[in-house]
Write a protein that binds this ligand. Structure first.
Ligand SMILES: Cc1ncc(COP(=O)(O)O)c(C=O)c1O
Length: 369
């Protein structure tokens, strides 16, 4: 999901509100084009599994009825896929909804929450809405500085958000770093490890923190079908945590929060791991080629391991964003992350990336004149 932040007042201080990004319809009007290349929201450029798509037809007959609110069938499949009991799962209308459950369940205006200044902005937006004290920590080499997180823990700290890999930087923490961090966090503080982009990482030092749930009762791992599974429009995410936490989160869940189509299609998508593998392989190739292109043209970037990358364009960032938009290419500026120098570009298909490179070169040559 891409977003733009606007200022909103609450009775404590000025806080940020979450806004969705420029719509494709707006992009079409601005560019005067009928086709838009969407490189703004880190979706799967290749779409969902064809098997998942073909199951869509079978969901028609289910639409008349409410979903099964236990979501047993999907949880069973997830449980096998993750090797955890179904009782350790809660589903959400996107993992965004689960972030809301977490904030509702763990934060009051007396509490403090820790997160990176360059973390997914919804953590901050929702925590500020809950009037909790948000402590933003500076990254080190564009990576969450876990030593600083440990140092920042105080009496009021109740919750810690970490995305691994991180959006918007695209960097990752190794499993060794995260395991040693988890050991240092007191048990009464809940740690959220958001693995929205986990499937894209091929680095050998990366591991999901799901197996650590056996050891840490204060851990929540978040996952989504919006990214590698190519199902952002369905809105389905989930949390994996120990039963006591799941029970707390469920208190904030409305009945039938996940729709029937999402539950049915996701269950089939989960079975098609070859599609995920193919997506990741193609993404790696396009990411590598794009990094080579950026280096060749002396454009600096944050060394991402995911399906998006931040390029540093300094004072030209906004202009490049606008000019790409005029050429029908939708990307993402990062002012709300205090990264106004950077443009985040999702990694698209070969054709989309070729178009993007061509457009970037034309725009940047224009600046040189
Ligand atoms: C790190 C991270 N977590 C969670 C989300 C929310 O994803 P969704 O609500 O689509 O599951 C996003 C979306 O961009 C994200 O970047």
């Amino acid at each position: 999901m891409s977003a733009k932040l606007a200022l909103l007042k609450n009775n404590k201080s000025k806080s940020l509100a979450y806004q969705t990004s420029l719509s494709v319809n707006r992009a079409k009007i601005i560019s005067g084009r009928t086709e838009i290349i969407r490189l703004s929201s880190n979706e799967n450029a290749y779409g969902p599994s064809p098997r998942a798509l073909s199951c869509l037809n079978n969901t028609k007959e289910l639409l008349q009825r409410y979903p099964d609110d236990t979501y047993e069938a999907l949880k069973e499949k997830l449980s096998k896929n993750l090797s955890v009991s179904p009782s350790k799962l809660v589903l959400g209308n996107g993992s965004s909804e689960i972030i809301q459950f977490i904030v509702n369940a763990f934060l009051t205006p007396d509490d403090q929450v820790l997160m990176s200044k360059h973390a997914f902005s919804l953590y901050r937006v929702l925590s500020e809405k809950a009037q909790a004290e948000v402590k933003l920590l500076l990254d080190k080499g564009w990576k969450n500085n876990l030593e600083d997180f440990v140092q920042a823990i105080g009496e009021k700290t109740k919750l810690i958000f970490i995305a691994n890999p991180n959006n918007p930087t695209g960097t990752m923490l190794s499993s060794k770093e995260l395991k040693s961090f988890l050991m240092k966090v007191p048990e009464h503080i809940t740690v959220v490890i958001d693995e929205a982009y986990a499937e894209f990482i091929t680095h050998p030092d990366y591991q999901s923190m799901v197996p650590q749930l056996a050891q840490y009762k204060n851990l929540i791992v978040l996952r989504t079908f919006s990214k590698a599974y190519g199902l952002a429009g369905l809105r389905l995410g989930y949390a994996i945590a120990n039963e006591a936490i799941i029970e707390k989160l469920n208190l904030h869940r409305n009945p039938f929060n996940v729709n029937t189509v999402a539950a049915e299609v996701a269950a089939v998508a989960l079975e098609d791991q070859l599609h995920i593998q193919a997506t990741v392989e193609k993404n790696c190739i396009e990411l590598m080629k794009f990094k080579q292109f950026l280096s060749l043209h002396n454009l600096s970037y944050i060394d991402s391991l995911t399906n998006f990358i931040c390029i540093r364009l300094f004072e030209k960032t906004e202009l490049v964003y606008q000019q790409l938009l005029k050429k029908g290419i939708l990307t993402r500026t990062l002012r709300e992350y205090d990264m106004a120098d950077f443009l985040r570009i999702s990694i698209g298909t070969k054709e989309e990336m070729d178009e993007c490179k061509k457009a970037l070169l034309t725009i940047l040559k224009g600046f040189a004149l």
